[in-house]
Write a protein that binds this ligand. Structure first.
Ligand code: OAD
Length: 305
């Protein structure tokens, strides 16, 4: 079978190849758009690109890793993808298969609470059986390395906490927590005998996640904004940058002078404001950044003696 270069999305094994990837492959001399590769050759070239495990560090980034004290990180669904949690957008994204307006709005919950609860139970079931990946653990390490470190996430899966991150600002709530619509009490029951579940007070329980059209938890958002404003180095990891107000955080950081680093499989809607971009898996890139920072900080100490 002959495969020709074609911009746009093309399915290859279990990976999504887009025009950006094909550009990267050609740029690195792995792929020549004018050549008709046979299927095996083509796939092995794509796999080679994904298996390139070593990243490079430019001078600006090295300086920042060495000297920065205030670091903030925003993560999205991509950081959990290697653990097996599906992302929302992209070819295999959740919102390609399901309509968010029928499952992730208060109106949907009011209209059909049982369906919405079934959907969240299904997602809980996926999350219950997975573990944090090297990307989550690298962020735990980062919290120990930098003096002032803030981890902000749009993810509701709780994997950052499970990995051991001490403080996590969960902008979109947590799928393991329920909240009563009447008394506001939190509840941590994972499975209910009857759907939709009812609180002791008689009120309806809902998953404590932020749905479309809802306001984010004020304190968490305020703290996240403040961290973005004061950060010297800001990482945006595994997020499409498509959802506000989370997508504004890297912009706020940039406007206030931070060096902004993006880690993603492909360019996002906020790539244009990022100073340094790594395109690959966060579970492979983050541990290298941590290792480099440790190395640099030790060197720094030596020099300061
Ligand atoms: P998206 O699904 O929109 O984007 C996930 C991003 O992760 C994409 O840009 C992917 O390219 C990238 N990605 C996938 N695998 C990766 C990997 N292994 N390493 C690095 N990057 C990877 O998810 P979010 O940006 O988190 O909101 O979506 C934001 C919000 O939209 C979610 O919190 C959710 C959703 O609707 C609510 O439910 C309120």
């Amino acid at each position: 079978m002959q495969i020709k270069y074609s911009p746009g999305r093309t399915r290859t094994s279990d990976r999504v190849v887009n025009s950006h990837l094909l550009y990267q492959l050609s740029y690195r001399g792995i792929f020549n758009p004018s050549v008709n590769y046979n299927s095996v050759d083509y796939h092995s070239r794509v796999a080679y690109y994904y298996d390139m495990k070593t990243i490079t560090f430019n001078e600006k980034f090295i300086k920042a890793l060495k000297n920065t004290k205030r670091v903030a990180v925003l993560t999205g669904a991509g950081v959990s993808a290697e653990s097996g949690v599906p992302t929302f957008r992209g070819a295999d994204g959740i919102w390609k298969k399901y309509n968010p307006m029928e499952l992730a709005t208060f109106e949907a919950f009011n209209a059909n609470p049982k369906l919405v609860w079934e959907w969240y139970n299904y997602r809980r079931e996926i999350i219950r059986n997975i573990k944090p990946n090297p990307g989550h653990y690298a962020l735990v390490e980062m919290s120990k390395i930098f003096d002032d470190f803030t981890l902000i996430t749009q993810n509701v899966d709780g994997l950052h906490r499970l990995a051991g991150s001490p403080t996590v600002y969960e902008l979109h709530g947590n799928i393991h927590r329920n909240r009563c619509l009447d008394c506001g009490k939190f509840d941590y029951t994972e499975e209910f005998d009857q759907l939709p579940p009812i609180c002791d007070c008689g009120g309806r329980l809902r998953p404590d996640v932020v749905w479309f059209g809802e306001i984010l938890p004020k304190e968490v958002l305020d703290k996240s904004m403040a961290s973005a404003t004061h950060a010297e180095l800001f990482f945006t990891i595994g997020t499409s940058g498509a959802v506000q107000p989370a997508a504004s955080l890297p912009v706020i950081a940039k406007q206030n002078g931070a060096l902004v680093v993006e880690i993603n499989l492909e360019p996002s809607e906020i790539s244009y404001i990022c100073d340094i971009k790594y395109y690959g898996k966060s579970g492979e890139i983050l541990p290298q950044i941590v290792a480099k920072t440790k190395e640099l900080k030790d060197l720094h100490k030596e020099k300061g003696k």
